[in-house]
Design a protein around this ligand. Sequence first.
Ligand SMILES: Cc1cc2nc3c(=O)[nH]c(=O)nc-3n(C[C@H](O)[C@H](O)[C@H](O)COP(=O)(O)OP(=O)(O)OC[C@H]3O[C@@H](n4cnc5c(N)ncnc54)[C@H](O)[C@@H]3O)c2cc1C
Ligand code: SF4
Length: 337
Amino acid sequence: MGKVTGFKEHDRLSAPYRDPLERLTDFDEIYTDHDSDRLATQASRCMDCGVPFCQSPDINPLNARSGCPIHNLIPEWNDLVYTGQWEDALHRLHKTNNFPEFTGRVCPAPCEGSCVLGINSPAVTIKNIEMAIIDRGFLEGWVKPNPPSSRTQKHVAIVGSGPAGLAAAAQLNSAGHQITVYEREDRIGGLLMYGIPNMKLDKKEVVNRRVELLRQEGIEFIVNADVGDGTNGTVAVSDIASQTDALLLTTGATVPRDLKIPGRELNGVHFAMDYLTANTKSLLNSDLQDNQYINAEGKDVIVIGGGDTGTDCLGTSLRHRCNSLTNFELFPSPPSK
Ligand SMILES: Cc1cc2nc3c(=O)[nH]c(=O)nc-3n(C[C@H](O)[C@H](O)[C@H](O)COP(=O)(O)OP(=O)(O)OC[C@H]3O[C@@H](n4cnc5c(N)ncnc54)[C@H](O)[C@@H]3O)c2cc1C
Ligand code: SF4
Protein backbone atom coordinates (compact mmCIF):
# COMPACT_ATOMS: atom_id res chain seq x y z
CA MET A 1 0.00 0.00 0.00
CA GLY A 2 1.64 3.20 -1.21
CA LYS A 3 -0.03 5.77 1.02
CA VAL A 4 -1.71 4.70 4.23
CA THR A 5 -3.93 7.76 4.43
CA GLY A 6 -4.56 8.25 0.70
CA PHE A 7 -8.20 7.24 0.91
CA LYS A 8 -8.78 9.75 3.72
CA GLU A 9 -7.02 12.63 2.00
CA HIS A 10 -8.31 12.43 -1.56
CA ASP A 11 -11.74 12.32 -3.14
CA ARG A 12 -12.48 10.22 -6.16
CA LEU A 13 -11.78 12.11 -9.37
CA SER A 14 -12.62 10.22 -12.56
CA ALA A 15 -10.90 11.03 -15.83
CA PRO A 16 -13.16 13.39 -17.78
CA TYR A 17 -14.61 12.56 -21.17
CA ARG A 18 -14.27 14.97 -24.10
CA ASP A 19 -16.72 17.86 -24.10
CA PRO A 20 -20.14 16.46 -25.19
CA LEU A 21 -20.78 19.11 -27.84
CA GLU A 22 -17.36 18.54 -29.34
CA ARG A 23 -17.40 14.76 -29.27
CA LEU A 24 -20.84 14.63 -30.93
CA THR A 25 -19.28 16.00 -34.10
CA ASP A 26 -17.17 12.92 -34.77
CA PHE A 27 -16.80 9.19 -34.10
CA ASP A 28 -13.40 9.56 -32.39
CA GLU A 29 -12.95 8.12 -28.91
CA ILE A 30 -14.65 10.02 -26.10
CA TYR A 31 -11.65 9.79 -23.73
CA THR A 32 -9.19 12.56 -22.83
CA ASP A 33 -5.42 12.23 -22.37
CA HIS A 34 -4.24 10.50 -19.23
CA ASP A 35 -2.99 12.71 -16.41
CA SER A 36 -0.26 10.71 -14.64
CA ASP A 37 -0.21 12.88 -11.50
CA ARG A 38 -3.95 12.67 -11.02
CA LEU A 39 -3.87 8.92 -11.62
CA ALA A 40 -1.11 8.45 -9.06
CA THR A 41 -3.20 10.38 -6.51
CA GLN A 42 -6.24 8.28 -7.36
CA ALA A 43 -4.18 5.08 -7.06
CA SER A 44 -3.09 6.21 -3.58
CA ARG A 45 -6.73 5.91 -2.47
CA CYS A 46 -6.46 2.12 -2.71
CA MET A 47 -6.36 0.57 0.77
CA ASP A 48 -4.63 -2.66 -0.34
CA CYS A 49 -7.39 -4.58 1.38
CA GLY A 50 -6.50 -7.86 3.09
CA VAL A 51 -9.26 -9.44 1.04
CA PRO A 52 -9.44 -7.31 -2.09
CA PHE A 53 -13.02 -7.77 -3.22
CA CYS A 54 -12.23 -5.74 -6.35
CA GLN A 55 -10.22 -8.64 -7.77
CA SER A 56 -12.33 -11.48 -6.38
CA PRO A 57 -15.14 -12.61 -8.66
CA ASP A 58 -16.60 -15.27 -6.37
CA ILE A 59 -16.24 -14.32 -2.73
CA ASN A 60 -17.92 -11.04 -2.07
CA PRO A 61 -20.04 -11.24 1.08
CA LEU A 62 -20.62 -7.46 1.13
CA ASN A 63 -23.38 -7.59 -1.42
CA ALA A 64 -24.56 -9.65 -4.37
CA ARG A 65 -22.04 -8.03 -6.71
CA SER A 66 -18.69 -9.57 -7.40
CA GLY A 67 -15.34 -8.25 -8.55
CA CYS A 68 -13.07 -8.71 -11.56
CA PRO A 69 -13.99 -11.87 -13.51
CA ILE A 70 -10.36 -12.32 -14.63
CA HIS A 71 -8.79 -11.73 -11.20
CA ASN A 72 -6.86 -8.58 -12.20
CA LEU A 73 -4.20 -7.89 -9.54
CA ILE A 74 -5.73 -4.49 -8.86
CA PRO A 75 -4.19 -3.44 -5.50
CA GLU A 76 -0.75 -4.42 -6.82
CA TRP A 77 -0.90 -2.20 -9.88
CA ASN A 78 -2.59 0.59 -7.95
CA ASP A 79 0.44 0.64 -5.67
CA LEU A 80 2.89 0.53 -8.60
CA VAL A 81 1.16 3.47 -10.28
CA TYR A 82 1.22 5.46 -7.04
CA THR A 83 4.98 4.90 -6.76
CA GLY A 84 5.56 5.68 -10.45
CA GLN A 85 6.56 2.16 -11.51
CA TRP A 86 4.40 2.09 -14.63
CA GLU A 87 6.27 -0.62 -16.52
CA ASP A 88 6.02 -3.00 -13.56
CA ALA A 89 2.33 -2.12 -13.30
CA LEU A 90 1.97 -3.14 -16.95
CA HIS A 91 3.60 -6.51 -16.28
CA ARG A 92 1.24 -7.15 -13.37
CA LEU A 93 -1.73 -6.15 -15.51
CA HIS A 94 -0.72 -8.48 -18.35
CA LYS A 95 -0.40 -11.38 -15.90
CA THR A 96 -4.17 -11.80 -15.86
CA ASN A 97 -5.44 -9.77 -18.80
CA ASN A 98 -4.68 -10.38 -22.48
CA PHE A 99 -6.29 -7.17 -23.68
CA PRO A 100 -6.36 -4.42 -21.02
CA GLU A 101 -6.78 -1.77 -23.72
CA PHE A 102 -10.22 -3.27 -24.42
CA THR A 103 -11.32 -3.83 -20.83
CA GLY A 104 -9.88 -0.47 -19.72
CA ARG A 105 -12.23 1.15 -22.22
CA VAL A 106 -15.42 -0.91 -22.31
CA CYS A 107 -15.55 -3.27 -19.32
CA PRO A 108 -18.51 -2.39 -17.04
CA ALA A 109 -16.00 -2.46 -14.15
CA PRO A 110 -17.57 -4.78 -11.56
CA CYS A 111 -14.29 -4.20 -9.68
CA GLU A 112 -15.41 -0.68 -8.85
CA GLY A 113 -18.84 -1.92 -7.76
CA SER A 114 -17.07 -4.31 -5.37
CA CYS A 115 -14.36 -1.95 -4.10
CA VAL A 116 -14.33 -1.96 -0.28
CA LEU A 117 -13.75 1.78 -0.23
CA GLY A 118 -17.16 2.06 -1.87
CA ILE A 119 -18.86 1.16 1.43
CA ASN A 120 -18.57 4.70 2.75
CA SER A 121 -16.81 6.64 0.01
CA PRO A 122 -16.71 6.56 -3.83
CA ALA A 123 -14.72 3.60 -5.16
CA VAL A 124 -11.15 3.76 -6.46
CA THR A 125 -11.03 4.76 -10.18
CA ILE A 126 -9.74 1.30 -11.11
CA LYS A 127 -10.85 1.36 -14.74
CA ASN A 128 -9.17 4.71 -15.49
CA ILE A 129 -5.94 3.42 -13.98
CA GLU A 130 -6.09 0.19 -15.99
CA MET A 131 -6.57 2.05 -19.27
CA ALA A 132 -3.76 4.48 -18.48
CA ILE A 133 -1.30 1.67 -17.70
CA ILE A 134 -1.80 -0.12 -21.00
CA ASP A 135 -1.99 3.05 -23.11
CA ARG A 136 1.30 4.17 -21.59
CA GLY A 137 2.73 0.70 -22.26
CA PHE A 138 2.00 1.07 -25.96
CA LEU A 139 3.19 4.68 -26.02
CA GLU A 140 6.52 3.85 -24.40
CA GLY A 141 7.07 0.79 -26.62
CA TRP A 142 6.89 -1.62 -23.66
CA VAL A 143 4.25 -3.77 -25.35
CA LYS A 144 6.05 -5.92 -27.90
CA PRO A 145 5.25 -9.13 -29.78
CA ASN A 146 6.11 -12.04 -27.51
CA PRO A 147 6.06 -15.23 -29.62
CA PRO A 148 6.56 -18.59 -27.86
CA SER A 149 10.16 -19.83 -27.67
CA SER A 150 9.23 -23.26 -29.05
CA ARG A 151 6.31 -24.86 -30.89
CA THR A 152 4.41 -28.01 -29.86
CA GLN A 153 3.55 -28.97 -33.47
CA LYS A 154 -0.12 -29.06 -32.41
CA HIS A 155 -2.53 -27.06 -34.53
CA VAL A 156 -5.67 -25.43 -33.11
CA ALA A 157 -8.41 -23.87 -35.24
CA ILE A 158 -10.62 -21.20 -33.70
CA VAL A 159 -13.92 -20.18 -35.31
CA GLY A 160 -14.87 -16.59 -34.43
CA SER A 161 -12.56 -13.67 -33.66
CA GLY A 162 -14.44 -11.84 -30.90
CA PRO A 163 -12.80 -11.33 -27.50
CA ALA A 164 -13.37 -14.99 -26.62
CA GLY A 165 -11.66 -16.25 -29.79
CA LEU A 166 -8.83 -13.72 -29.53
CA ALA A 167 -8.13 -14.49 -25.87
CA ALA A 168 -8.13 -18.23 -26.58
CA ALA A 169 -5.83 -17.66 -29.55
CA ALA A 170 -3.43 -15.58 -27.45
CA GLN A 171 -3.27 -18.11 -24.63
CA LEU A 172 -2.91 -21.21 -26.82
CA ASN A 173 -0.33 -19.49 -29.01
CA SER A 174 1.74 -18.55 -25.97
CA ALA A 175 1.70 -22.25 -25.00
CA GLY A 176 3.35 -23.01 -28.37
CA HIS A 177 0.43 -24.31 -30.41
CA GLN A 178 -0.04 -23.17 -34.01
CA ILE A 179 -3.28 -21.17 -34.21
CA THR A 180 -5.55 -20.32 -37.13
CA VAL A 181 -8.56 -18.06 -36.50
CA TYR A 182 -11.46 -18.18 -38.97
CA GLU A 183 -13.76 -15.15 -39.12
CA ARG A 184 -16.78 -14.77 -41.38
CA GLU A 185 -16.66 -10.98 -41.32
CA ASP A 186 -14.22 -8.92 -43.38
CA ARG A 187 -12.42 -7.67 -40.26
CA ILE A 188 -11.14 -9.35 -37.08
CA GLY A 189 -12.59 -8.53 -33.64
CA GLY A 190 -16.21 -9.70 -33.43
CA LEU A 191 -18.26 -7.22 -31.46
CA LEU A 192 -15.08 -5.33 -30.56
CA MET A 193 -14.97 -4.41 -34.25
CA TYR A 194 -18.58 -4.35 -35.40
CA GLY A 195 -20.70 -4.05 -32.23
CA ILE A 196 -19.16 -1.49 -29.88
CA PRO A 197 -18.95 1.82 -31.79
CA ASN A 198 -15.70 3.60 -32.58
CA MET A 199 -16.23 6.38 -30.02
CA LYS A 200 -16.01 3.80 -27.21
CA LEU A 201 -13.29 1.63 -28.74
CA ASP A 202 -11.21 2.82 -31.68
CA LYS A 203 -10.93 0.21 -34.40
CA LYS A 204 -7.82 1.33 -36.27
CA GLU A 205 -5.74 2.52 -33.32
CA VAL A 206 -6.79 0.04 -30.64
CA VAL A 207 -8.42 -3.13 -32.02
CA ASN A 208 -6.21 -3.49 -35.11
CA ARG A 209 -3.11 -2.71 -33.09
CA ARG A 210 -3.70 -5.76 -30.89
CA VAL A 211 -4.65 -7.98 -33.84
CA GLU A 212 -1.40 -6.99 -35.56
CA LEU A 213 0.53 -7.86 -32.41
CA LEU A 214 -1.11 -11.30 -32.29
CA ARG A 215 -0.25 -11.76 -35.97
CA GLN A 216 3.37 -10.93 -35.23
CA GLU A 217 3.30 -13.52 -32.46
CA GLY A 218 2.47 -16.14 -35.08
CA ILE A 219 -1.34 -16.37 -35.12
CA GLU A 220 -2.91 -16.76 -38.56
CA PHE A 221 -6.18 -14.94 -39.26
CA ILE A 222 -8.50 -15.82 -42.15
CA VAL A 223 -11.34 -13.36 -42.80
CA ASN A 224 -14.44 -13.78 -44.97
CA ALA A 225 -14.43 -17.42 -43.86
CA ASP A 226 -17.94 -18.43 -42.84
CA VAL A 227 -17.48 -21.85 -41.28
CA GLY A 228 -20.41 -24.19 -41.90
CA ASP A 229 -21.25 -27.42 -43.65
CA GLY A 230 -19.32 -26.58 -46.80
CA THR A 231 -22.37 -25.61 -48.88
CA ASN A 232 -23.42 -22.10 -49.98
CA GLY A 233 -19.87 -20.76 -49.92
CA THR A 234 -19.15 -21.81 -46.35
CA VAL A 235 -15.85 -23.33 -45.27
CA ALA A 236 -16.51 -26.96 -44.31
CA VAL A 237 -15.99 -27.45 -40.59
CA SER A 238 -15.21 -31.13 -41.30
CA ASP A 239 -12.22 -30.08 -43.43
CA ILE A 240 -10.91 -27.80 -40.69
CA ALA A 241 -11.41 -30.47 -38.03
CA SER A 242 -9.59 -33.11 -40.07
CA GLN A 243 -6.52 -30.87 -40.44
CA THR A 244 -6.25 -29.74 -36.82
CA ASP A 245 -5.71 -31.25 -33.40
CA ALA A 246 -8.43 -29.20 -31.75
CA LEU A 247 -11.27 -26.94 -32.84
CA LEU A 248 -12.73 -24.13 -30.73
CA LEU A 249 -16.11 -22.60 -31.45
CA THR A 250 -16.16 -19.00 -30.18
CA THR A 251 -18.91 -17.73 -32.43
CA GLY A 252 -20.76 -15.44 -30.03
CA ALA A 253 -24.53 -15.01 -30.00
CA THR A 254 -25.48 -13.14 -33.20
CA VAL A 255 -29.23 -13.96 -32.97
CA PRO A 256 -31.09 -10.77 -31.97
CA ARG A 257 -34.04 -10.69 -29.63
CA ASP A 258 -37.08 -9.76 -31.69
CA LEU A 259 -40.25 -8.06 -30.48
CA LYS A 260 -43.24 -9.81 -32.06
CA ILE A 261 -45.62 -6.87 -31.87
CA PRO A 262 -47.89 -5.15 -34.40
CA GLY A 263 -45.90 -2.81 -36.62
CA ARG A 264 -42.66 -4.70 -36.27
CA GLU A 265 -42.68 -5.35 -40.01
CA LEU A 266 -42.86 -1.64 -40.95
CA ASN A 267 -40.09 0.15 -42.81
CA GLY A 268 -37.65 1.97 -40.59
CA VAL A 269 -37.67 -0.63 -37.77
CA HIS A 270 -34.20 -2.14 -37.45
CA PHE A 271 -32.22 -4.42 -35.20
CA ALA A 272 -29.48 -2.55 -33.33
CA MET A 273 -26.72 -4.69 -34.76
CA ASP A 274 -27.76 -4.00 -38.37
CA TYR A 275 -27.58 -0.31 -37.55
CA LEU A 276 -24.31 -0.39 -35.62
CA THR A 277 -22.43 -2.84 -37.84
CA ALA A 278 -23.23 -1.00 -41.08
CA ASN A 279 -22.27 2.30 -39.49
CA THR A 280 -18.84 1.12 -38.36
CA LYS A 281 -18.20 -0.67 -41.67
CA SER A 282 -19.04 2.46 -43.64
CA LEU A 283 -16.99 4.61 -41.25
CA LEU A 284 -13.92 2.42 -41.72
CA ASN A 285 -14.38 1.88 -45.47
CA SER A 286 -15.23 5.40 -46.54
CA ASP A 287 -15.62 7.76 -43.56
CA LEU A 288 -19.40 7.42 -44.06
CA GLN A 289 -19.21 8.59 -47.68
CA ASP A 290 -20.45 5.37 -49.33
CA ASN A 291 -24.03 5.63 -47.97
CA GLN A 292 -23.92 1.93 -47.09
CA TYR A 293 -25.43 2.48 -43.66
CA ILE A 294 -28.77 3.33 -42.05
CA ASN A 295 -28.65 7.09 -41.69
CA ALA A 296 -30.66 8.63 -38.82
CA GLU A 297 -30.01 12.20 -39.99
CA GLY A 298 -33.16 14.33 -39.59
CA LYS A 299 -35.17 11.34 -38.31
CA ASP A 300 -37.22 11.04 -35.14
CA VAL A 301 -35.53 8.05 -33.54
CA ILE A 302 -36.86 5.67 -30.89
CA VAL A 303 -34.41 3.28 -29.23
CA ILE A 304 -35.97 0.36 -27.32
CA GLY A 305 -33.61 -0.86 -24.59
CA GLY A 306 -31.25 1.17 -22.43
CA GLY A 307 -28.27 -1.16 -21.96
CA ASP A 308 -24.91 -0.98 -23.70
CA THR A 309 -26.43 -1.72 -27.10
CA GLY A 310 -29.19 0.86 -26.68
CA THR A 311 -26.68 3.44 -25.50
CA ASP A 312 -24.52 2.77 -28.53
CA CYS A 313 -27.54 3.37 -30.77
CA LEU A 314 -28.24 6.64 -28.96
CA GLY A 315 -24.66 7.83 -29.41
CA THR A 316 -24.66 6.84 -33.08
CA SER A 317 -28.04 8.49 -33.81
CA LEU A 318 -26.87 11.72 -32.17
CA ARG A 319 -23.73 11.71 -34.30
CA HIS A 320 -25.90 11.21 -37.39
CA ARG A 321 -27.74 14.38 -36.31
CA CYS A 322 -31.16 12.85 -35.76
CA ASN A 323 -34.08 15.23 -35.26
CA SER A 324 -35.26 13.77 -31.96
CA LEU A 325 -34.38 10.82 -29.79
CA THR A 326 -36.52 8.84 -27.33
CA ASN A 327 -35.28 5.89 -25.29
CA PHE A 328 -37.58 3.28 -23.70
CA GLU A 329 -36.22 1.21 -20.84
CA LEU A 330 -37.88 -1.36 -18.56
CA PHE A 331 -36.02 -0.32 -15.43
CA PRO A 332 -36.40 2.96 -13.49
CA SER A 333 -33.93 5.77 -14.19
CA PRO A 334 -30.65 5.44 -12.30
CA PRO A 335 -30.15 7.89 -9.41
CA SER A 336 -28.72 11.25 -10.48
CA LYS A 337 -25.78 10.81 -8.05
C1 LIG B 1 -23.68 -3.17 -29.37
C2 LIG B 1 -22.96 -3.90 -28.26
C3 LIG B 1 -22.23 -3.17 -27.35
C4 LIG B 1 -21.57 -3.83 -26.33
N1 LIG B 1 -20.84 -3.09 -25.44
C5 LIG B 1 -20.16 -3.71 -24.46
C6 LIG B 1 -19.39 -2.95 -23.53
O1 LIG B 1 -19.34 -1.72 -23.58
N2 LIG B 1 -18.73 -3.63 -22.56
C7 LIG B 1 -18.78 -5.00 -22.48
O2 LIG B 1 -18.14 -5.57 -21.60
N3 LIG B 1 -19.50 -5.74 -23.35
C8 LIG B 1 -20.20 -5.12 -24.33
N4 LIG B 1 -20.93 -5.87 -25.20
C9 LIG B 1 -20.93 -7.33 -25.07
C10 LIG B 1 -19.66 -7.91 -25.69
O3 LIG B 1 -19.37 -7.29 -26.91
C11 LIG B 1 -19.82 -9.42 -25.90
O4 LIG B 1 -20.10 -10.01 -24.64
C12 LIG B 1 -18.56 -10.06 -26.47
O5 LIG B 1 -18.18 -9.45 -27.69
C13 LIG B 1 -18.76 -11.55 -26.71
O6 LIG B 1 -17.56 -12.05 -27.22
P1 LIG B 1 -17.51 -13.37 -28.10
O7 LIG B 1 -16.10 -13.52 -28.55
O8 LIG B 1 -18.15 -14.48 -27.35
O9 LIG B 1 -18.49 -13.10 -29.35
P2 LIG B 1 -18.49 -12.01 -30.53
O10 LIG B 1 -17.81 -10.76 -30.12
O11 LIG B 1 -19.90 -11.95 -30.98
O12 LIG B 1 -17.61 -12.68 -31.66
C14 LIG B 1 -18.05 -13.82 -32.35
C15 LIG B 1 -17.40 -13.80 -33.73
O13 LIG B 1 -17.65 -15.05 -34.36
C16 LIG B 1 -17.92 -14.81 -35.73
N5 LIG B 1 -18.66 -15.96 -36.25
C17 LIG B 1 -19.90 -16.38 -35.89
N6 LIG B 1 -20.25 -17.48 -36.58
C18 LIG B 1 -19.20 -17.75 -37.39
C19 LIG B 1 -18.97 -18.75 -38.37
N7 LIG B 1 -19.89 -19.70 -38.62
N8 LIG B 1 -17.80 -18.76 -39.04
C20 LIG B 1 -16.85 -17.80 -38.81
N9 LIG B 1 -17.02 -16.82 -37.89
C21 LIG B 1 -18.18 -16.79 -37.19
C22 LIG B 1 -18.74 -13.54 -35.72
O14 LIG B 1 -18.73 -12.91 -36.99
C23 LIG B 1 -17.99 -12.75 -34.66
O15 LIG B 1 -16.95 -11.98 -35.23
C24 LIG B 1 -21.64 -5.23 -26.21
C25 LIG B 1 -22.38 -5.97 -27.14
C26 LIG B 1 -23.04 -5.30 -28.15
C27 LIG B 1 -23.87 -6.10 -29.14
S1 SF4 C 1 -11.24 -3.23 -2.93
FE1 SF4 C 1 -10.78 -1.07 -3.54
S2 SF4 C 1 -9.54 -0.30 -1.86
FE2 SF4 C 1 -9.54 -2.56 -1.64
S3 SF4 C 1 -7.73 -3.30 -2.75
FE3 SF4 C 1 -9.40 -3.26 -4.24
S4 SF4 C 1 -9.28 -1.23 -5.24
FE4 SF4 C 1 -8.05 -1.14 -3.37
